[in-house]
Ligand binder design. Structure first.
Ligand SMILES: *Cc1c(COP(=O)(O)O)cnc(C)c1O
Length: 382
């Protein structure tokens, strides 16, 4: 029996070399040589005016909501099918997350339902690109423009993927990325925020927020002769050691994507027949107008019992598969916010029926084949 983990970190082989360089330079706190290398690399590759590296996507989202001055009473529309960080970033400032429904095709927020949820308190839209497949950003940007709303993209899973001709994270006013160890490009913990608004003041304020509310950056640049407390802030600057890990990962940006595409295509080509046979209700499907980064591969089963049973049976074969988000509106916190599970029926159903298959950049053909053969056997039992 083979043992297939759900996820494994992928290293290019150059990480230790760059970490060592970091020590040799004597620079291990933030905002140094490697931070500049990775942020410029992202600016060039994704055609963004400015990218600031952060300690996580969670923190990038927190910087974003603070920069756009989300205040008590402000409503921010987002999917419920996401990670708690998306909603926390709004709630930490006293704002209210308003959950909109997702579509069944790629589990992204439904633009029509965004429109339904707009009130005179709505301040921003916070779409999440599920699994690295982009939301319909042209429609979302048009809605935002019509109603004078900001757009923050939670592109934590969407690094190096595109909707139409533009990279995810570069459509909205601000875009948030993750380099957490479970994502496609990793620094262990880490993230970034992309500035698409042409607003130097915002970039300056993001630095102040990230540097404990001080104007340390202006001091380093020689713009002021000492630095001090100028605003409310926190500590969101990643260590140079982490950015040294990220650098070789980003140098292999497209190679890593290519490797993951092979896994995605193998799963899709071997499993899509089960949709026709009525055994699987849906699976990761990339629309023509989108370029995925192949962050994950999911299948949708008939009901929660079948899903949990397939997870259990795969485990018997040594294959680790997982469900994904507990929809935020059905969580303990969601109930405290006044939501009922039935409020978003599609989201509720997806939360119960989705199963993610093992996926990691250096997965071998034998491993993928073993997962598919195990599923072939299990699906016959259904
Ligand atoms: C992973 C993830 C986050 C959090 O990323 P961190 O870098 O771990 O803070 C936020 N939102 C979504 C959709 C994610 O998948």
């Amino acid at each position: 029996m083979m043992k297939i983990p759900f996820n494994k970190i992928y290293l290019t082989g150059d990480e230790l070399k760059y970490i060592q360089e970091c020590f040799l330079r004597g620079e291990i706190s933030g905002d140094g040589y490697f931070t500049k290398l990775v942020s410029s690399l992202m600016e060039n590759k994704f055609s963004v005016k400015h990218v600031q590296m952060t300690t996580s996507a969670t923190h990038a989202l927190e910087i974003a909501t603070r920069l756009l001055a989300i205040e008590p009473g402000d409503e921010v529309i987002m999917p419920s099918f996401t990670f708690p960080s998306t909603a926390n970033a709004v709630m930490l400032l006293g704002g209210k997350p308003v959950f909109a429904e997702i579509n069944r095709e790629n589990l992204n927020i439904d633009p029509e339902d965004i429109k339904n949820k707009i009130t005179n308190k709505t301040k921003a839209i916070l779409p999440v690109h599920y699994g690295g497949i982009g939301c319909e950003m042209d429609k979302i940007m048009a809605i935002a423009k019509d109603h004078g709303l900001y757009v923050i993209e939670d592109a934590a899973q969407g690094v190096n993927a595109k909707y139409k001709d533009k990279f995810l994270g570069t459509w909205g006013d601000l875009g948030c990325y993750s380099f957490h160890g479970t994502k496609n490009y990793i620094s262990g913990e880490g993230g970034a925020i992309a500035f698409n608004l042409d607003d130097d003041e915002l970039v300056k304020n993001a630095k102040i927020i990230s540097q404990k509310g001080t104007n340390r950056n202006q001091f380093i640049k020689g713009e002021v002769d000492k630095y001090s407390w100028v605003s409310i802030g926190s500590s969101y600057v990643p260590s140079e050691i982490l950015m040294a890990i990220l650098y070789p990962q980003l140098k292999e940006l497209d190679l890593i994507k290519e490797k993951r595409k092979k896994i995605n295509d193998f799963y899709y080509n071997n499993l899509s027949k089960y949709i026709g046979l009525g055994k699987i209700k849906g699976m990761t499907t990339i629309p023509e107008d989108r370029d995925s980064n192949y962050h994950l591969f999911y299948i949708l089963l008939d009901n929660e019992r079948t899903r949990n049973n397939v997870i259990k049976r795969l485990k018997d074969f040594g294959v680790l598969a997982y469900s994904h988000f507990v929809p935020l509106h059905t969580s303990t916190m969601g109930r405290l916010l006044g939501y009922y599970s039935e409020d978003l029926p599609i989201t509720q159903e997806i939360g119960k029926t989705l199963l993610r298959l093992p996926m990691y950049t250096h997965m071998t053909y034998e491993e993928m084949d073993y997962v598919v053969k195990s599923l072939d056997t299990i699906i016959k039992e259904l």
